[in-house]
Each structure stands twice: as structure tokens, then as C-alpha cells.
Design a protein around this ligand. Structure first.
Ligand code: SAM
Ligand code: SF4
Ligand code: SF4
Length: 381
């Protein structure tokens, strides 16, 4: 369906839901009982992103444009969402397959009631090597000031706060709202720091919309301390009207900041780290990062799985469909069988959308690849 030139996301089940594969208990297991899991391109499963809600109190144009996610848009009902017990059970099974980090996302995750109870349940889980699991949250920060301490007390380790503009008018234009402000987000960041959470900031840059914010945001967080990561505007979903001309390449972001505040490269902390790190020459303890999903795709190291708020498992941010783990969780009492289903899905994975898009962009085809893709607010960032 289309409205002018904008494609409206299709929400039919047939479009996005796939049955989990049938298993026969024969997935390979090592002699010591451990599972060695890699996809068809040799990539392990290390990170799990869990969306807890598809609704949001913002309407960022690059994610949930208000022409598409309008007042009559039908979001998931309460019973369609995975319960906290179902999320915790799935997380436990994923940890048994080598996952080391859990990230809670949305929509806006702080809109999910009682989120700290879920965090407490997840914090009690262990990785396969018996270590406490690292739990992070991505939020737009508007509700963070009031929730940071409770989340920390429940066991949250890290928070990534999205902030796309410091100028109040541009902030409201980007967030698609009239009644929130960058000061609320900054207060959320301060509260998170005061509560002892490790904080990073994410800024999506869209040319002609907020590229004038690169320097003010870099300067602000040089003073405040948290690392800010500038993200290239991506062609996620089918509703944000993406075009390659609206992307500001990370190289340019770094060049612009360096003109005022010279930067020194630090590299990536781990091979599957998506952000390239830099530090300020005059403030060696303060870093800035760039996430170059468009200009330097990192599919080769991608070890992330995503579960939507209704329990569909996606093995790529740009997938067209997900596997129905909710149905499996509700029908399957045996965790070992659930684990086998997930293993089978991961072993068949060959996603590399950003590499394919990169090949197209090199041929000067500046539109996204023509395929139906799941929306970012539904799958979680
Ligand atoms: N609502 C929360 C927030 O905004 O932080 C969590 C969910 S949001 C989908 C997760 C992240 O995805 C945010 O940092 C957001 O900026 C990023 N994001 C959404 N759409 C994007 C796009 N088209 N390109 C790049 N990043 C995007
Ligand atoms: Fe909401 Fe986050 Fe998407 Fe913005 S990026 S609309 S805050 S889910
Ligand atoms: Fe991973 Fe898909 Fe992104 Fe490539 S395009 S890095 S496979 S999520």
C-alpha cells in the first residue's frame, strides 16, 4: 500500500511471521555437552536485543514517521506482547547458546509497565561461563530521570540514550512532538550517571535535518563525559523514505568534529563492536564514536539476534520476516527443545543486507534495496 511515494508498512501476519523449524533433538552437541553455534558465514550468537513494546512517545521521522504511525495506527495488544516470564525464559535459553549481552529496547522500553521487574529477573541469569549477564537499555531518555535509580537497583548495567538535537526546536521537529525537550533527556542522562549506570549517547544524523547538531552535541558530551556515537541514517523498514543523499558518512562527521577538536583513532574494542572509537587529543579520557552501517557495513562480524515485542525472532535488522518464538514458547514446555529450534534457525542464517546494499550504492543506485523490511520500532534498534 502506498501514500504518495511513501510505502505504508504491511502488518499482516503472513508478511512477518514464520514457523520455527521442527527439530528432532539431533542438533550437534560437543563431547562436554556444550553447543558450538555458528551461522552459515561462521558468525557466533553473542548479543540478544529484546524489544519489550512497539509503542513510543516520540515520532522520529527516521523511525516512526507520524504520517504512518498516526493516531489510528494499531499497535500490539497487551496479550500479544511476550510476558516477563516468557522473555526471561527465552533469555535463559539464548544465554545457553553463548549470548553474553542482553539489550532491552522498543519502541520506547520505559513505557513498558514494571520494566524494573523484568530487569531484576534477567539480572539473576548467568552466561554459559557462569558470569553475570550484562544488561543494557536503549531509550529516548524522556522518562529516564524518574526511572534510572530503580533500573540500576534492579540490576541494569548500561544505558544508551538517543539524543538527536540540543536545539529545542530541532529536537521537537525530530521527535515529532511538541511537549518534550532536550533538557528532559539531559536530566535523564545525569540521573543515570548519578545512579551508577554506564551511559552512552546515540545520535542519528540526517543530512539537512540535524547535521548542524554534530558539533554542538560533540562539544556538549566532551564536557559531560559520556561517549556519543554518531549513527548513519539507515534504510530500516519501509516507512522512513530513506535516500542515500540523506546520509552523512562517518568520515565526514569525524572530519567536522576534528576541525574544532582534533581526534585520534582508538579502533574497536572487540571485533563485533559496531562503533569505531576516537578520542580527543586534548581530553584523552573522552571518546566519540561513529557507527557506519551504510558507508562501512559490518555484516561479517554480526553476532546479533533480535526478538520483537510479540516474540518473533529476527536474525537481521533488515529482515522481511521473523520466526514465531512466542508460539514455540507457549506450546513447548521443554527448554532443550526451544534451544534446538533456535540453534537450527541460527545455523541456517546467511543475512548480509548491508553488504548487498553497499554493492548497490557503489553502482550509484541510491534507493534502498527493494524488499519488504520489518520496522525499527517493531523489532527494536
Ligand atoms: N526508543 C528508543 C530510542 O530511541 O533510543 C529505543 C528504540 S530505537 C528504535 C533504537 C535506536 O535506533 C535509537 O538510537 C534510534 O536513534 C535508532 N534508529 C531508529 N531508526 C533509525 C534509522 N533509520 N537509522 C539509524 N538509526 C535509527
Ligand atoms: Fe521512538 Fe526510538 Fe523510534 Fe524515536 S527512534 S520513534 S524514540 S522508537
Ligand atoms: Fe547484521 Fe543484518 Fe546489519 Fe548485516 S545488515 S550487520 S547481518 S543486522
Amino acid at each position: 500500500m502506498s501514500e504518495g511515494h511513501r510505502i505504508i508498512p504491511i502488518s499482516s501476519d503472513a508478511f512477518r511471521r514464520r514457523e520455527v523449524p521442527v527439530v528432532d533433538g539431533q542438533e550437534p552437541v560437543a563431547d562436554d555437552g556444550s553447543v558450538s553455534l555458528a551461522d552459515r558465514r561462521g558468525r557466533p550468537l553473542r548479543d540478544l536485543r529484546i524489544s519489550v513494546i512497539d509503542q513510543c512517545n516520540f515520532r522520529c521521522g527516521y523511525c516512526m514517521p507520524k504520517e504512518v504511525f498516526h493516531k489510528d495506527y494499531v499497535f500490539l495488544s497487551r496479550d500479544e506482547l511476550l510476558s516477563f516470564a516468557e522473555i526471561t525464559r527465552l533469555a535463559r535459553v539464548f544465554l545457553g547458546l553463548g549470548v553474553e549481552k542482553l539489550r532491552i529496547t522498543g519502541g520506547e522500553p520505559l513505557l513498558r509497565k514494571g520494566l524494573e521487574e523484568l530487569i531484576a529477573d534477567l539480572a539473576a541469569l548467568k552466561t554459559i561461563s557462569g558470569q553475570p549477564v550484562e544488561i543494557a537499555l536503549t531509550t529516548n531518555g524522556v522518562l529516564l530521570a524518574q526511572k534510572a535509580q530503580a533500573l540500576r537497583d534492579a540490576g541494569l548495567n548500561r544505558v544508551t540514550v538517543s539524543l538527536d538535537a540540543l536545539d529545542p526546536n530541532r529536537f521537537r521537529q525530530m521527535a515529532g512532538l511538541t511537549d518534550s525537550s532536550p533538557d528532559q533527556v539531559l536530566a535523564g542522562i545525569a540521573a543515570a550517571q548519578a545512579a551508577g549506570l554506564r551511559v552512552k549517547v546515540n545520535t542519528v544524523i540526517q543530512k539537512g535535518v540535524n547535521d548542524a547538531e554534530i558539533l554542538p552535541i560533540a562539544e556538549k558530551f566532551r564536557e559531560l563525559g559520556p561517549t556519543v556515537r554518531f549513527i548513519e541514517f539507515m534504510d530500516v523498514g519501509n516507512s522512513n523514505d530513506w535516500h542515500a543523499d540523506q546520509v552523512v558518512a562517518s568520515e565526514e562527521v569525524i572530519a567536522r568534529i576534528s576541525q574544532s577538536f582534533p581526534l585520534v583513532p582508538v579502533g574497536r574494542s572487540t571485533p563485533n563492536e559496531v562503533s569505531e572509537r576516537w578520542r580527543y587529543r586534548d581530553l584523552p579520557n573522552v571518546e566519540v564514536g561513529v557507527i557506519s552501517s551504510i558507508s562501512k557495513p559490518f555484516c561479517g562480524e554480526c553476532s546479533r539476534a533480535r526478538i520483537s515485542s510479540e516474540g518473533l525472532l529476527y536474525t537481521c535488522l533488515f529482515a522481511s520476516s521473523g520466526f514465531d518464538l512466542r508460539q514455540a514458547v507457549r506450546a513447548q514446555p521443554d527448554d532443550a527443545m526451544l534451544s534446538q529450534m533456535i540453534q537450527k534457525i541460527w545455523r541456517h542464517r546467511e543475512d548480509r543486507y548491508s553488504e548487498l546494499r553497499d554493492a548497490m550504492l557503489r553502482e550509484k543506485q541510491n534507493r534502498p534495496l527493494a524488499r519488504a523490511k520489518v520496522e525499527m520500532s517493531y523489532i527494536g534498534g
